[in-house]
Design a protein around this ligand. Structure first.
Ligand code: CA
Length: 244
């Protein structure tokens, strides 16, 4: 019954989504209020648990979710990255999971095109006590160079300095943004790129690109999983190691 209900809520949530998988009907703000009211301050585990609770019981949100979150956790822990980049902050849920799994001296830079979502995420991170280890930047990598140059000039992104990338934004932008990162020469052999929602809603060009370059420039593991907070729709998370 629980699973069926979660699926109904999932479909209901889908109806409210815009083209960019953003909802924008106030539920992001409601999430931040709920976290600040119910999660223990400066307790990252409790903040993550409270967001999952909100998504299962209150309102469906496009977070990576707990099932796929564990794939992300393991990928970050295995890579032991120092500098990380996330595309698609949304409410800051995956950034919380990444920050929990990354080494203590690592910094995550998270790009979000919607300033209201960036503010929600910042509020939740401050509550979790990770506000100094995660930096949110409002923009997109395809905004004509503004965000790319901010990363280069204000945040010391240099050749070979980027250890880990998490793609979870507009699905059509996965491949163009990966090319932008490659053009900047920020990756090094051994850097890891994780991409969410490759099957649902789907990033077929990105998947084809990784298959085409398998064992030449990339080595990819495809994790079979489910879409967020339900067990019916199948999804894929791709974990790709750059070979240089
Ligand atoms: Ca996602």
């Amino acid at each position: 019954m629980f699973l069926r209900w979660s699926y109904v809520r999932f479909l209901f949530g889908l109806r409210h989504m815009g083209a960019n998988w953003q909802v924008g009907d106030g539920r992001e703000q409601a999430l931040a209020d709920y976290v600040c009211a119910h999660a223990r301050r400066h307790d990252i585990d409790d903040v993550i648990r409270t967001i999952d609770e909100f998504c299962y019981t209150k309102s469906y949100l496009i977070n990576v979710g707990d099932e796929k979150g564990r794939i992300l956790d393991r990928a970050v822990a295995a890579a032991r990255p120092r500098r990380l980049l996330e595309l698609g902050t949304y409410c800051g849920y995956s950034a919380l999971r990444i920050a929990r799994a990354m080494p203590a001296d690592a910094v995550l830079y998270s790009i979000e095109f919607n300033p209201a979502n960036a503010a929600v995420a910042q509020r939740i991170w401050d509550h979790a006590g990770i506000g100094d280890r995660v930096v949110v930047i409002v923009g997109t990598l395809g905004d004509g160079g503004r965000t790319l140059s901010a990363l280069r000039e204000e945040h010391e992104f240099i050749s070979g300095s980027l250890d880990f990338v998490f793609l979870d934004h507009v699905k059509e932008e996965y491949l163009p943004d990966l090319h932008r990162i490659l053009e900047q020469d920020w990756l090094r052999p051994g850097s890891v790129v994780v991409a969410d929602n490759v099957k649902y809603p789907g990033a077929p060009e990105y998947r084809a690109f990784m298959r085409q370059h398998e064992r030449v420039r990339w080595r990819t593991r495809e994790h079979r999983t489910h879409a967020e907070y339900q067990k019916v729709l199948k999804d894929l998370v791709l974990e790709s190691t750059y070979l240089g």
